[in-house]
Design a protein around this ligand. Structure first.
Ligand SMILES: [Zn+2]
Ligand SMILES: [Zn+2]
Length: 257
């Protein structure tokens, strides 16, 4: 048995958006408040964090995260990794570099954007987070950590390659726009599929709700959740416009699988 908790379900600006007066941004409901997208999975007493956006400090405090065993980075965009320096606190707690799995393309970007991770003698530097990077090979489709096995695959957001993961019967695919039908084979017999959908209107870099529902129909999971939601999505009214086995995710949602 494993558990997933959604630390954030918002699009890159989060919801409410700075200085926005729209109905969703003014909503008092917790279902309409969304931090940057991230999920924490607990399995066999291990904690697996998928993505580390700029809200991670607040998310770690809110959900009382005491340790992280594995970090999975889906891609190197701001809303998915801008909080990575804050993970240095876990280096101090755990007294070891944090194990991180990522695609080769993402690793290349990390080396440029976060060059301080690769410098020695940063003892007194506030950005001295330490990682044990494991670059995922395109030709392989699985990796193991301890007694947990992961399946992985990639797809595209515009020209950027993004990593998707499956643990048991749970799969998480964020920032998807284009994909090769090959990935469908890896997504059979799912209990839970999490997929991103930005809004109703078309986007060049994200599925909209319609595209996400079409994707879900192909995969036929028992249950699907939409995440990475923009402020155009109102939880209560838009929940009614989905399929029977599909729900909008919200911050704090917990699932067992
Ligand atoms: Zn708004
Ligand atoms: Zn994103």
């Amino acid at each position: 048995m494993a558990k997933a908790i959604f630390l954030g379900t918002g699009a890159s600006t989060a919801v409410p958006v700075i200085n926005c007066r729209c109905k969703v941004c003014r909503s008092d409901s917790k279902y309409n408040k969304r931090l940057r997208p991230s999920v924490l999975i607990e399995k066999n007493r291990k904690k697996i964090l998928i993505d580390v956006g700029p809200d991670i400090r607040m998310q770690a405090v809110r959900y009382k995260i005491k340790k992280i065993d594995v970090l999975i980075l889906t891609h190197a965009h701001f809303d998915h990794m801008a909080g990575i320096d804050d993970l240095r606190v876990f280096n101090r707690i755990q007294k070891e570099p944090l194990r991180c799995y990522l695609l080769r393309e993402t690793f290349k970007e990390v080396k440029i954007k976060y060059d301080h991770f690769f410098k020695k003698n940063l003892k007194h530097h506030t950005q001295g987070a330490r990682f044990d990077f494991h670059v995922l090979d395109d030709k392989k489709h699985t990796f193991r950590f301890d007694d947990i096995s992961f399946e992985y695959f990639s797809y595209f957001q515009d020209s950027k390659k993004v990593l998707g993961v499956r643990i048991d019967n749970f799969a998480y695919l964020t920032d998807i726009k284009r994909y090769d039908d090959n990935i469908l084979k890896k997504l059979t017999n799912l209990d839970v599929l999490v997929v991103s959908a930005l809004r109703h209107k078309k986007s060049d870099v994200h599925f909209n709700i319609k595209e996400a529902l079409e994707f879900i129909k192909k995969i036929k999971p028992k249950k699907a959740y939409l995440t990475h939601l923009g402020h155009e999505i109102e939880y209560f009214s838009d929940s009614k416009k989905l399929l029977e086995n599909v729900s909008l995710a919200y911050d704090g949602l917990e699932l067992k699988f």
